[in-house]
Design a protein around this ligand. Structure first.
Ligand code: SAM
Length: 432
């Protein structure tokens, strides 16, 4: 036993003790902060108690991570052997109290705070967009009852999720989606607020359901459209006469007060990049925010090449031939760079995961339609939350699982790098 260990070391040893006793890491962060705060006064009492309790056991030196704000630090600490700990009563009277009071927020090992959840409620789709699907495959994975997505969402909101986006497949194919939104809208974040609820849809069925969704608590909608020319639209989606339905859906969404309505357009070189300027006009006329997305290697047919990607710079340059653009501020974790037209009318966004990756600010996790937790679009595996639920896991067990999985969220994607390993699922089966 090392004599005269500093109070700080003892505090870290308490932190490590928590790990050995299965405390959750975010509790431990709270524990550590709490002891730091108290170190001016009462903190020493806890240290003394621990110091007394460990007398007589051998120390071991460890390097352990901890968080300061969003930054990950590590420190060297002294730790008593786990076998010694296992037979001990908890020497920290304060642990359970702190656990009960601590504010849990999901954070990964790179210090990113996770507050954005996407839930795919089906991987069926009524469109067969050429850059997304083969056109022959239907649903590949199961769908869960809404009650199970709701349970997952409730737990995740308790862990700091503040935004929930429903997606798919095509989410409006699921009967009961309005009731599901109504149930999600009853959840409360730690600040007592309703989580922000958004939807990504191809818009085909939106016109008839936009108002009920808004009334149920939906805040925002994003409609995917890859052309504003009806014929081109049909060629891309491989569904005849879809354009009129989608346009009606966009207008109904605006009328229902879903604000802002965003339009997502994936650009493919040689296929629809001539739609850039028409989409600029569309944004201004329809008063929607059009966001261009760089094509990512997440398609069923594996046709992606770097040359097909129409990059951010090209989009800005092409749009500027129509009207100059001014970049405007965007949130750190926002995927899109935002631009407004120089005359102040209309806004566009560009989501550039290929040419300007934003993984360092990623705040997202995803639940697939069959209840797998994915920490990155490009994950090469997913984590079977639903299997745990099926086996009767308690909420505490699910929290433990989620916290551990999220901590190991991938640092970044590797699109375009040698040895890139494709994601274990394609976009339609993940939920975009
Ligand atoms: N059916 C809904 C829709 O059409 O919006 C939701 C699912 S869809 C997979 C979600 C979004 O992902 C759409 O905006 C779609 O254009 C986009 N997407 C699909 N494959 C993509 C890819 N390989 N790269 C970039 N975006 C893609």
């Amino acid at each position: 036993m090392e004599r005269g260990a500093s109070a700080a070391r003892i505090r870290f040893a308490e932190f490590a003790f928590g790990i050995y006793n299965g405390c959750r890491v975010s509790d431990l962060r709270g524990l550590r902060e709490s002891y730091s705060e108290r170190s001016n006064g009462g903190g020493d009492e806890g240290c003394a108690r621990l110091k007394g309790a460990i007398r007589g056991f051998g120390w071991k030196r460890l390097r352990l991570p901890y968080w300061k704000g969003n930054a990950r630090w590590s420190f060297s600490c002294l730790l008593v052997s786990s076998t010694a700990f296992s037979s001990w009563p908890n020497p920290l009277g304060a642990v359970s109290e702190l656990r009960a009071n601590s504010q849990m927020n999901l954070t990964d090992n790179f210090g990113r705070s996770i507050h954005d959840l996407r839930i795919s409620i089906t991987d069926r789709c009524n469109y067969k967009c050429v850059y997304c699907r083969t056109g022959t495959n239907g649903a590949a994975y199961a769908e869960l009852p809404f009650a199970e997505y709701l349970r997952i969402a409730r737990i995740l909101v308790g862990l700091g999720i503040t935004k929930i986006r429903l997606t798919g497949g095509e989410p409006l194919l699921r009967k009961g989606v309005v009731e599901f939104v109504r149930d999600l809208a009853k959840l409360r974040t730690s600040e007592g607020k309703k989580p922000e609820i958004a939807l990504t849809t191809n818009g085909h069925l939106l016109a008839g359901i936009a108002q009920p969704l808004k009334d149920a608590g939906l805040d925002r909608v994003t409609v995917s459209m890859d052309a504003v020319d009806p014929e081109r639209f049909a060629r891309i989606t491989r569904v005849p006469n879809g354009y009129e339905s989608v346009l009606a859906g966009v207008r109904a969404a605006r009328q229902a007060g879903l604000d802002p309505v965003k339009i997502n357009c994936v650009l493919l070189r040689g296929f629809n990049e001539d739609q850039i300027i028409p989409f600029g006009m569309f944004a201004r006329e329809e008063r929607v925010v059009v966001r261009f997305i760089e094509f990512m290697p997440l398609e069923e047919d594996r046709v992606w090449t770097p040359e097909i990607v129409v990059t951010l710079e090209e989009i800005v340059s092409r749009m500027s031939e129509y009207l100059p653009l001014e970049e405007i501020a965007h949130e750190r974790s926002e995927t899109a760079r935002r631009y407004r037209f120089s005359d102040g009318v209309g806004e566009i966004g560009i989501i550039a995961p290929v040419s300007h990756p934003f993984c360092g600010h990623c705040s997202r996790i995803r639940i697939t339609s069959d209840g797998k937790l994915r920490t990155c679009l490009f994950s090469v595996w997913d984590h079977d939350l639903h299997e745990l639920m099926r086996r009767g896991a308690t909420d505490d067990r699910l929290v433990e699982f989620i916290v551990e999985v999220v901590e190991r969220k991938e640092e970044r994607h590797h699109i375009g790098e040698p040895g890139f390993v494709p994601a274990s699922r394609t976009m339609v089966h993940i939920g975009g």
